[in-house]
Design a protein around this ligand. Structure first.
Ligand code: COA
Length: 382
């Protein structure tokens, strides 16, 4: 297997992009990544997208996006793993380059959620239809059950959940691509509308349009290209039961822990060596569970970790410097690649006002549904 690097990244602004179609959004992100990399062609591409058929009535988007990007006849495929679609697309690109089959592969992600007639229904198709969604449960409802169980078992508080949102909004305020660029307080969260008890509006990621792309090349080629390379030192994926009721412990998202274990082993690292991370905070409780499964906090202490400032921009291990899904936005299929774009920017020293000093090793954690699928990637500055 060859070693691989990311040589270029690009993303659109995240938010309500009423003037751009799905293809416009993807093409903008892809052209930015190609330009950043300084490549004159790509050998193939993978696009993560959760549900373009339900959101905009378009399937077969591999063909459509290759056509619109002007790269036909290169192989182009859509990859789906709910909200983890983007990072699973990245894994296909990594394997294709690492194997020696191709040299320059684009991994992208795109979703146009605001065009969807019923986004709550569309998102719930990533839960267990027969045993969860059919009975009316929604994603805020599923994560509310995880939050309630965490509160019951470990004493996690609403204030601790709110601390995650306050931190991520403070970071997103500094990100020109973020959907919600405003600072908030704990009171903003706690006084906002209750969506699914105990989760308020400001505990939830929003409904977002957006796209992101990354160019993967063999490490040995990276020096000859314009873009500043960042080495991929681990890629890992794991699954868990799709339905919450099949899990022995509601407070443990085991796919995160399993993927993290594999990724740390592949990179030859322990959690204390990670300088910063982008984690999947689709709801504030998800970020708290991620701290615990990634080894940033002890089991049950994730809420206290959020409140202590450990993961703030100037904390020991900054998490979601981009603003995370909460403030930057969560165009589901694009999120995994947008996380990579943030870590690449940080490891290159290009993150502007949100730059973490001396960042050398960055981690991303991206999951689908209530953790039925999860990926972890670790990147190293060069
Ligand atoms: N955080 C903060 N503010 C939000 C918000 C969020 N997540 N979502 C919407 N808003 C704001 C809007 O900007 C708007 O503000 P305004 O009145 O000042 O313009 C207001 O709240 C109402 O917006 P609207 O779009 O009508 O909200 P909604 O009630 O339709 O949707 C949620 C709110 C929480 C239900 C929706 O954002 C949601 O479903 N989020 C979860 C997405 C999800 O499950 N993703 C997959 C995760 S696995």
């Amino acid at each position: 297997m060859r070693e691989v690097a990311i040589i270029g990244v690009g993303m659109t602004r995240f938010g309500e992009l009423w003037n751009q179609s799905l293809r416009d959004i993807f093409t903008e992100a892809a052209l930015k990544a190609i330009d950043d990399a300084g490549v004159d062609h790509i050998d193939s591409m993978y696009i993560g997208s959760m549900s373009p058929g339900l959101y905009v009535g378009q399937e077969h988007i591999g063909s459509m996006l290759a056509d619109y990007l002007g790269v036909t006849p290169v192989p182009a495929s859509r990859v789906e793993s709910a909200c983890a679609s983007g990072s699973v697309a990245l894994r296909q690109a990594i394997f294709e380059v690492a194997s020696g089959y191709s040299d320059i592969v684009l991994a992208g992600g795109v979703e146009k959620m605001n065009d969807g007639e019923d986004t709550t229904y569309i998102l719930a198709t990533a839960a267990d239809q027969e045993y969860e969604a059919y009975f009316g449960v929604t994603f805020p409802g599923l994560y509310a059950m995880i939050a309630r169980a965490h509160m019951h078992r470990y004493g996690t508080t609403g204030e601790q959940l709110a601390a995650v949102a306050v931190k991520n909004h403070a970071n997103g305020y500094r990100n020109p691509n973020a959907q919600f660029r405003m600072k908030i307080t704990k009171e903003t969260v706690l006084n906002s509308t209750m969506v699914a008890d105990p989760l308020h509006l400001f505990d939830c990621s929003p409904v977002t349009d957006g796209g992101a792309a990354a160019i993967v090349v063999p490490l040995e080629m990276a020096d000859k290209l314009k873009g500043q390379p960042v080495k991929i030192i681990a890629t890992a994926q794991a699954s868990d039961t799709i339905a919450l009721h099949s899990r022995s412990d509601l407070t443990t998202v085991s796919s995160i822990g399993k993927a993290a274990e594999k990724a740390y082993k592949m990179a030859g690292l322990t959690p204390d060596k990670i300088d910063l991370a982008e984690v999947h905070d689709c709801f504030t409780i998800a970020e708290i569970c991620a701290y615990e499964e990634l080894g940033f906090a002890e089991k049950g202490k994730g809420g206290a970790a959020a409140e202590s400032g450990l993961t703030a921009l100037d904390g020991k291990i900054p998490v979601n410097t981009s603003g995370g899904l909460k403030s930057k936005g969560h165009p589901v299929g694009a999120t995994g690649i947008a996380q990579i774009a943030e870590i690449v920017a940080q490891l290159r020293g290009e993150a502007g006002e949100r730059q973490v000093k001396n960042a050398r090793i960055g981690l991303t954690q991206n999951m689908g549904g209530s953790g039925g699928s999860c990926t972890v990637h670790i990147l190293e500055a060069m």
